[in-house]
Design a protein around this ligand. Sequence first.
Ligand code: HEC
Length: 138
Amino acid sequence: MIALFRVFHVFHVFHVFHVFHVRAKLAAFFVAGLAVLSIASLVALAAAPVQADAEPSANRQAELNNLLTQDCGSCHGLTLAGGLGPSLQAHALAGKPTEYIAATILFGRPGTAMPPWRPFLSDTEAAWLANLLKQPAP
Ligand code: HEC
């Protein structure tokens, strides 16, 4: 009787170990999978150009165009040729990097009338606007 119990006991211990082993293997696979996925997304991020993380939607682009004429235009002139603020036409911004323009839009110019637009615009949207301003008028 005791012998029989022993056999069962040994079998039971082995079974528990086996389950644990399978679990550990699954966990290892899972962790490895996650690592591969996160490395892949890091590589994708690094490969993407600064402002190319998804354009604003078509609707949002229309809103941004409106903002440009209505709000920016109130200081920079209706045609952005300059007013209280300097000209934002492509020729005027020619020597200025897109990142610099996007940063000016996001953070404004402290001590001048140029306000920060960060509360209203994402990085992507500011970059999109900066790119738009850099395009020569059609
Ligand atoms: C209340 C007035 C005002 C509004 C509104 C305004 N700006 Fe300005 N902006 C200015 C002034 C003034 C300057 C010049 C700051 C300085 O002296 O450096 C300026 C500077 C800039 C510059 C830097 C230009 C350069 O040649 O370096 C950019 C780019 C710009 N504004 C974009 C925008 C955009 C885009 C908007 C709308 C989202 C906007 N501004 C709205 C007043 C304004």
